[in-house]
Design a protein around this ligand. Structure first.
Ligand code: SAH
Length: 371
């Protein structure tokens, strides 16, 4: 019989949560800082190694707490240097994450949910259905795993992960309570110490959660727009039926207004041949994007089995980009990376034991404010 553990996994605790945890043990705040540094800056696996913590406290911690990260089931490198992991999480589920090196940058794309309930028509994760939210330890654990994959952690050595994007599996704003402590750790001086410009949360547009987000963090924001009008967006990103483009852009402006520095929203736009990639779409999009300070990132559609969509030809993507640039919108084309190991955008499928049967049902519950 396997032993049932009562220990608290403190891997996902933000600074504030760690301070609360130590307070309940009658310990001062600085203990929280010490332990955070051990876990996230030195990659400590256990309390024994935390040499500036008294032996008595270390023993106490061993009794009540643990540091458990999700299990790596697979790690593979693409020809272009992209590294992909398959991570096992309870319930026979798997999620995926990808590290994309580019010059002196290395961007880690992490997952926030097992599957996704939003069912965007061009995304393979959505087609898998939804099982559950990842907890904060499973989200921040992905960052720790990626850094540790380069060997022993050296806080003085080169940064192994310079940027994090929540663009893997799942809709981060439908897992608010686990995603926010994890991003706070990504940006915390005592943990991963990434600047707010280097941590990006990507959302399909859960408007009330964007407003909530601005109350607790100043992370950078990316929006999966994908269409210049509601009619087309309703089809591609069904959550648009609940929160339309105007409501979404208003929320973006409120978010930017709440920041202490001048930043822009990253608008993501997957280029699907004959669907949203025509010159008329570009002209319409240019008008829409005047409403919010932003830059545009065009993502060539990545095909997956069972999808009828095709990637826009390169020429079409470049023509689209020219229209946008002429209209004054800074527009980049995302390089397709890691597709030889199915690590490109929208190819992260993992293994999801769908519990919604039809994830569309879940979208209806969102629409009815039940979620
Ligand atoms: N749920 C969040 C984050 C996950 S998706 C969101 O919607 O933003 C990360 C990005 O990859 C999104 O912009 C998404 O629209 C895009 N994407 C999904 N499937 C894709 C595919 N097959 N090809 C290219 N991009 C895709």
């Amino acid at each position: 019989m396997s032993e049932v553990t009562q220990k608290t996994n403190i891997l996902g605790f933000s600074q504030a949560q760690m301070e609360d945890f130590f307070a309940t043990m009658g310990e001062p705040k600085f203990r929280a800082t010490q332990v955070l540094k051990w876990i996230h800056q030195f990659g400590a696996e256990d309390f024994e190694s935390m040499t500036n913590v008294s032996k008595k406290l270390r023993e106490k911690l061993q009794d009540v707490a643990e540091i458990v990260e999700p299990e790596v089931l697979f790690q593979g490198d693409s020809k272009d240097g992209t590294r992909k992991w398959v991570i096992g999480v309870s319930g026979d589920n798997k999620v995926e994450m990808v590290l994309i090196p580019d010059g002196d940058r290395a961007t880690l794309c992490v997952s926030s949910q097992v599957g996704c309930a939003l069912d965007c028509s061009f995304c393979s994760t959505g087609k898998q259905g939804f099982n559950r939210n990842l907890d904060a330890a499973e989200i921040i654990g992905q960052v720790r795993i990626a850094i540790k994959s380069f060997g022993p952690v050296d806080p003085k050595g080169p940064r192994r992960v310079t940027n994090v994007v929540l663009m893997g599996m799942g809709e981060p704003l439908l897992n608010f309570d686990n995603v926010t402590p994890a991003i706070s750790l990504m940006m915390d001086d005592n943990a991963y110490n990434l600047s707010k410009r280097r941590v990006t949360l990507s959302t399909a547009g859960v408007v009330p959660a964007i407003d909530r987000l601005s109350q607790v963090t100043d992370v950078s924001l990316a929006i999966s727009l994908h269409a210049p009008n509601d009619q087309l967006r309703d089809e591609l990103v069904p959550v648009n039926k609940k929160y339309n483009i105007d409501a979404l852009l208003d929320a973006c402006n409120r978010y930017l207004d709440g920041l202490s520095d001048k930043r822009v929203i990253t608008m993501e736009y997957t280029m699907i041949s004959g669907v949203n990639d025509q010159i008329e779409h570009a002209r319409e999009l240019a008008k829409v994007l005047k409403k919010v300070p932003c830059k545009l990132n065009l993502i060539p559609f990545n095909p997956f089995p069972g999808s009828d969509y095709r990637r826009s030809p390169r020429q079409q993507i470049e023509a689209f980009q020219r229209v946008m640039a002429k209209a004054g919108v800074v527009t980049t084309i995302r390089a397709t990376r890691g597709d030889d190991i199915d690590a490109a955008c929208g190819q992260l499928v993992g293994q999801v034991q769908d519990r919604t049967r039809r994830s569309a049902k879940y979208v209806n519950r969102i629409a009815a404010n039940e979620v």
